[in-house]
Design a binder for this molecule. Sequence first.
Ligand code: GLY
Length: 370
Amino acid sequence: MQQVVHVDLGERSYDVQIGPGLIDQAGDWIAPLLARPRVAVLTDETVAELHLDALRAGLAKAGIDMVSLALPAGESTKGWPQFTRAVEWLLEQKVERNDIVVAFGGGVIGDLAGFAAAVLRRGVRFVQIPTSLLAQVDSSVGGKTGINSPVGKNLIGAFHQPSLVLADTAVLGTLTARDFLAGYGEVVKYGLLGDANFFDWLEQKGPVLAGGYMAARVEAVTRSVQMKADIVSRDETEQGDRALLNLGHTFCHALEAATGYSDRLLHGEGVAIGCALAFELSSRLGLCSQEDPSRVRAHLKAMGMKTDLADIPGELPGAQALVDLMGQDKKVVDGQLRFILARGIGEAFVTGDVPPSTVVEVLEDALATV
Ligand code: GLY
């Protein structure tokens, strides 16, 4: 059942191994990368409790020792205080230039550990072992690393590609239903942005995939990672096509800011709602048919996912305030917002040519149902 996707980036190329049981085999996969049989693992307390013993055993089978630091779980870890703590700890552990740092956790740990590896001794190699669906299909692949600033999300960071990604799909079974579905928001995003057949497949297989059917999980992760690998290979530093991966994210980032980056809205939930809004906006601009946003929303609803602004608990600011929050987005160029819109399912494109008044209209209509 195991699959591999190659991320082709010249001398920074690497493989993403996908399948159940990879943590158990982690030592065999990592050993060829090591100058000495020792790794430093950054993780979070939740993942440590559930899976750190298994990783230690998987590494020990190949004679690899492990030291580990478990940071608090949650988005608030992804800032300067815990980042400083992680970097100082890696130095205390005498991690050398030729050693490997392992990022063992979801998107927060992957981004923070990757950034720590990027700056430690001017750059050490790292391996991603993503444990959430969101991290397996998106954040562990492509080399975006970083932390949040009080000014906005992911504003401090570096491109630093991992040397290997081990996406063990068996660990997805320990996610809460909410976390799993939030990650599924990023899976749906791939179908919507570039592969209508994949979206058709998700409409059919989504329920069994969410129910735990392993072959469907492996296929969904593999197809998602393959799409991401293809895009990252042609545009590593997001000069063009890589921005397609941000479908739904302009709306999502405004909603995350409006909800204080809290438990009210998980990132993947915001991506799902953002994708529905991006299709609504595309239809309003006459770019895609009116049926497309309905079909997107129908699938999200069928999966039991947050789909509409009304699904976000608590009050939201008005439409203009949400548009103002989009102004902090990294995709702003010369003060102009860039959106990922679609000419149909699987046909996304990047544009700066969106009248702000239409965005306000779409949000006003969406807020009217709250
Ligand atoms: N998560 C979007 C990207 O990696 O470009």
